[in-house]
Design a binder for this molecule. Structure first.
Ligand code: TEU
Ligand code: CA
Length: 589
């Protein structure tokens, strides 16, 4: 097979800077804090660090609203701090990928401020539509239309200075850039080259599949069906539009052609783990190296969407992961992730946190399940410790505008949900579940902020940091951290894990997730294979049919490549045909 690019057996670690490490006592994480923890990441063994945004921003959406792409926000530090972080990471053998947020800017960006004057050269850099008094979005016969923002309210905001509405799929302080305008595109490419020339190693591209909108023949934007909360779904008109490939190929030509050793991963909002996933990540199309596809993270959304979660069915996880794996089996490449700064923590969501023992077991099982798939795994800060959801019970504990706005829209305005149900929905699904401070040790603020700091952390520290923290886990060979070290080392040393193909086994089993990874030997008749089998439940489970067929006969403990239990127990489980709760095993066939 053609030699895989460098990132095919790499592991990426996502840092949410605001919650990672505070060094100046203002209760907010900063760049010096990240640099002080790079040794920890080198010890974990990760190859690439992805930083969520640290650019100048009014922080309406925690930095995903950028007011100056070429300046570090003073809250996080200075460009010198950024340069020191880069140099230190590179010295430790790690690459650094920045977050590129160019579907929209902050409304405080100079480009937007200029665009508010219809005669300014920037007039057409955003999506402006005429206002018809009495036809405000959300009213019958509204102009431009009833699209709702992901963060509540209309996706159109009236600007009194210009006398028109502007589109914002996210908050009203995040106006969408008009990618139809070549001046916008080239300004973005210039900025990207400026950062690449400064020595960063690539980008994670925020909602990049939303930059091409579906427009009518005269540029009109159709409306959709108005839902129970009073708005139509903007998603259908701004997702994977007709010019996406053209824009991504132009970006590749303008920024990445001629460069090497970089990584690009696009947030594929709406990509379904099918032909579009393969096309965009097929290296022959020179668009993106990989995509985040979310189909496996929507499977527990109830009829009211993410805020009315339902239990996850393992067969749904298998089906969606299989679609993603199969989409890029012959060309293209997959990302593999269960956690990020927008998702609840997977050990609380799909593991078992009723006891500490089950929390550790299920965290390891879910990690093994993810990391043994084909693709590049992404670890979200704290996932390697088995950190849990926040456990908030009051609305004033939340900070995320999505959570707060959607509470008021669903409970107070549209009245589609009771306060009690929405608080339960937030406790399960709020993005703040992933944004509580990183738990470094058992001191009052978990070592995120000094206990005697002048300011408290910007969001509450989870009280369970006294038992779940890096200091304890780094020293404990049975910790979740230690298990992640072994998973990463396996990917670095076993070619089947990085390059082997992937085949689902026992698709209908509702508790055991098992699959096969194999690599052709020099002699194509020979294949080296790994059987991966994970009990995703808190009761013991029979080894299902397909896996049992492959294990038949003597079980040799020396062929246990990795297991969440010690090898003798794992060998006994294989022999008996019965897995203990949350037992995961990688067995060389
Ligand atoms: O996320 C876009 C996205 O898909 C999620 O925000 C999702 O729409 C939301 O959680 C509702 O379910 C990216 C960033 O990851 C997110 O942090 C930003 O808030 C958003 O874009 C806007 O920049
Ligand atoms: Ca700070």
């Amino acid at each position: 097979a053609d030699p895989n690019p460098w990132w095919a057996n790499s592991v990426v670690y996502q840092i949410y800077p605001r919650s990672f490490q505070d060094t100046n006592g203002d209760g907010i994480g900063d760049l010096k804090g990240i640099t002080s923890r790079l040794d920890y990441l080198a010890r974990l063994g990760v190859d690439v660090i992805w930083l969520s945004p640290v650019y100048k921003s009014p922080q309406d959406d925690n930095g995903y609203d950028i007011a100056d792409y070429r300046q570090i926000d003073p809250m996080f530090g200075t460009m010198d701090d950024m340069d020191e972080l880069l140099a230190t990471a590179h010295r430790l053998g790690m690459k650094v990928v920045m977050d590129l947020v160019v579907n929209h800017t902050s409304d405080e960006h100079p480009w937007f401020q200029a665009s508010r004057d219809a005669n300014d050269p920037h007039a057409d850099w955003y999506w402006w539509r005429p206002a018809k008094p009495g036809h405000e979005p959300g009213t019958p016969g509204a102009e431009p239309n009833h699209w709702g923002s992901y963060f509540g309210g209309s996706a159109w905001q009236y600007d009194a200075k210009r006398g028109e509405y502007y589109l914002h799929q996210f908050s009203k302080k995040q106006p969408d850039l008009n990618w139809e305008n070549p001046e916008v595109r080239h300004a973005v490419y210039d900025m990207m080259n400026w950062w690449m020339d400064r020595g960063i190693d690539g980008f994670r591209m925020d909602v990049i599949t939303l930059i091409s909108k579906h427009l009518g023949p005269n540029g009109e934007m159709e409306d959709g069906e108005i839902g129970p909360e009073g708005y139509s779904n903007v998603y259908w008109f701004c997702e994977d539009g007709p010019r996406l490939d053209e824009f991504l190929q132009e970006m590749h030509r303008e920024v990445f052609d001629g460069r090497e050793g970089y990584l690009t991963v696009g947030e594929g909002t709406g990509i379904d783990g099918g032909p579009r996933d393969e096309f965009i990540t097929d290296p022959r199309n020179r668009e993106l190296d990989m995509l985040f596809v979310f189909t496996h993270l929507d499977i527990d959304h109830g009829e009211g969407g993410k805020w009315t979660p339902k239990p996850m069915r393992l067969t749904d996880l298998k089906r969606t992961m299989a679609a993603q794996q199969n989409a890029v089996a012959s060309h293209g490449w997959a990302s593999i992730f269960l956690d990020n700064h927008d998702q609840p923590r997977v050990v609380s969501r799909w593991g078992d946190t009723t006891t500490d023992e089950l929390r550790v077991k299920s965290a390891k099982a879910l990690a093994l399940l993810a990391h043994l798939h084909r693709g590049t795994p992404y670890i979200y800060q704290g996932e390697e410790l088995g950190m849990t959801n926040a456990g908030f019970t009051r609305l004033d504990q939340y900070r995320d505008l999505e959570s707060i706005n959607m509470y008021h829209q669903r409970v107070d305005e549209a009245k589609v949900e009771s306060a009690e149900d929405m608080m339960a929905g937030l406790a399960a699904q709020s993005r703040d579940n992933a944004r509580t401070p990183m738990q470094w040790d058992s001191t009052p603020y978990a070592g995120f902020t000094a206990a005697d700091a002048p300011a408290k952390p910007w969001i509450e520290v989870n009280p369970n940091h006294t038992t779940i923290n890096a200091e304890d886990e780094v020293a404990d060979p049975d910790s979740v951290f230690a298990f992640y070290q072994r998973l990463i080392e396996l990917r670095h040393t076993n070619p089947i894990v990085a390059a082997g193909d992937w085949k689902l086994l026992d698709p209908d089993d509702e508790q055991v997730y098992d699959f096969l990874r194999s690599l052709p030997e020099e002699n194509p008749e020979e294949r080296r294979s790994l059987l991966v089998i994970v009990n995703c439940g808190s009761t013991s489970a029979h080894i299902p049919h397909d896996a049992a067929e492959l294990i038949h006969g003597a079980v040799d403990a020396s062929r246990i490549v990795l297991s969440t239990t010690d090898p003798d127990m794992a060998a006994a489980s294989l022999l008996l045909g019965k897995l203990s709760p949350w037992e995961g095993i990688v067995y060389q066939l």
